[in-house]
Structure formats: structure tokens, C-alpha cells
Design a protein around this ligand. Structure first.
Ligand code: URA
Length: 236
């Protein structure tokens, strides 16, 4: 890859900014001072530094966000604020996108990446990666609802859901807190399943995807990079 393209990809500015950097004589490939923007570089065999700092080329980035309510899980939207607007501009060149969608009013675990294969591994219906939600429900979720969710419930459009694990964490006759584990991700699925048994989701949070739990150190709107082992666990 050309050195100017590489540095632009790595967030050192536009190609024009990078040309200026090169002219300033602060870019080296191994011990050679490089000013030619067209110089080819291979990061597997050559070491690039900018002002002495080593450039680590990473094609892919994986972030975990604690999605706040009120933003949409999209890369752009004409009207609403998006989760991408919460990410520091230094990530802009990676062109991140959300892995699946949470509703605007749903909070919790959202992954963002620029790795299409990672997205596919987690979202493809054939991969059956469990997603776990905690919901506050208006109404009393019953033992019968647990059975119905385990068997699959028919939604209002005639679709019958795959078996899902419902745990009633607490209830007081009028409201319930539930934990629901789904192996599929139909549109508004949690809300529609709860509606199918005659109740209403008031608050919804995703807390887990496959083996990965939401990092509770993240306040709503905050994010962090996944560790290598977290990425490995998700795709194996
Ligand atoms: N189910 C829903 O109803 N909404 C979400 O955001 C995610 C799952």
C-alpha cells in the first residue's frame, strides 16, 4: 500500500495532510526518511514511524458501547442522532457500523465494527448467537408465559418465534422484571413477544451477546475497544 494511503487510513489526516507530514521529514520506513507519497510500504516486513511513534496498522476495530436511550443504531439519519455520533472522530476513518440494531429507546450492549465477517458471524440467523435482554414489563409475567416463550409464541404477523428462555426476576402483581434469552433477532422481537402474551415492555436493555456481557463500567453513551480474547470468544 502507498505510504500516503496507509497514513490517511490510520487517521493521520487527509491525503493532503499526510503529504505535508511527509514533506516535514517526520516519516520513516525503517531507518529511511521518506518524503515520497507514492512510496509503497509493507507493514508485515517494514516498520513505519511518524515523529518516532510506531504506526500499528489495524484493518479492523471492535467496540462495545453502552447504548443510551434516544439515539438510533445507524450510521446516519436525517433526523435522529446516531450511535456513530457518540464515537470519537479519531475512529472516523475506520467507517464503523453497528452490529445489528437496538431500538431508539433500548439501552445496553451494542457492538460496532468495520469487520463485515464479524458482523455476519454474530447476526446471521444461521449462527444462532444468543442475545440476552432485561425488560421492565407493565403487567404480571406468569409461569404460563415462561412455558409459552419456551414453546414459541405467535406474533401479530403470524410468525412463530423460536424457543426462548424467559426468567421472571421479580414481579409484584402489576409490574415484572424479566430476563429473556433469544437466539434470533426479529424486528422489535422482545416487545412483540411480550405484547403477544398481553403485556407491555416499558424499558429494555440488552445485557449480553453470546458469551460477552455488557461492561458495567461503561456509563450510557460510553464505549471501549474489545480485547483480543473477547473478539475471539465471539467468533468461535
Ligand atoms: N427487541 C426489541 O423489541 N427491541 C430491541 O431493541 C431489541 C430487541
Amino acid at each position: 500500500m502507498r505510504i500516503d494511503k496507509l497514513l490517511a487510513n490510520m487517521g493521520y489526516g487527509s491525503r493532503k495532510d499526510v503529504k505535508i507530514l511527509l514533506k516535514q521529514g517526520v516519516v520513516r520506513i525503517d531507518d529511511e526518511l521518506v518524503k515520497d507519497a507514492k512510496r509503497q510500504v509493507n507493514l508485515e516486513t517494514e516498520r513505519v514511524t511518524v515523529q518516532g511513534e510506531v504506526v500499528e496498522y489495524r484493518p479492523f476495530v471492535y467496540l462495545m458501547m453502552n447504548k443510551p436511550s434516544g439515539v438510533v443504531s445507524a450510521t446516519e439519519d436525517k433526523v435522529e442522532s446516531t450511535v456513530i455520533e457518540l464515537i470519537d472522530p479519531s475512529y472516523a476513518h475506520y467507517e464503523l457500523f453497528p452490529v445489528g440494531r437496538l431500538d431508539k429507546d433500548t439501552t445496553g450492549l451494542l457492538l460496532l465494527t468495520n469487520d463485515g465477517a464479524f458482523n455476519h458471524a454474530l447476526m446471521s440467523p444461521r449462527k444462532h448467537v444468543d442475545k440476552v435482554y432485561i425488560a421492565e414489563v407493565d403487567g404480571e409475567m406468569t409461569v404460563d408465559d415462561v412455558r409459552r416463550f419456551a414453546e414459541g409464541v405467535e406474533l401479530e404477523d403470524g410468525y412463530t418465534t423460536k424457543p426462548a428462555r424467559l426468567e421472571v426476576l421479580s414481579r409484584d402483581g402489576r409490574r415484572s422484571t424479566i430476563r429473556l434469552t433469544l437466539s434470533e433477532g426479529k424486528y422489535h422481537q422482545v416487545k412483540r413477544m411480550v405484547a403477544a402474551v398481553g403485556k407491555h415492555v416499558e424499558q429494555l436493555e440488552r445485557v449480553q451477546i453470546g458469551p460477552l456481557e455488557l461492561d458495567r463500567a461503561l456509563a450510557p453513551g460510553e464505549y471501549r475497544e474489545l480485547t483480543d480474547s473477547e473478539v475471539d470468544q465471539l467468533i468461535t
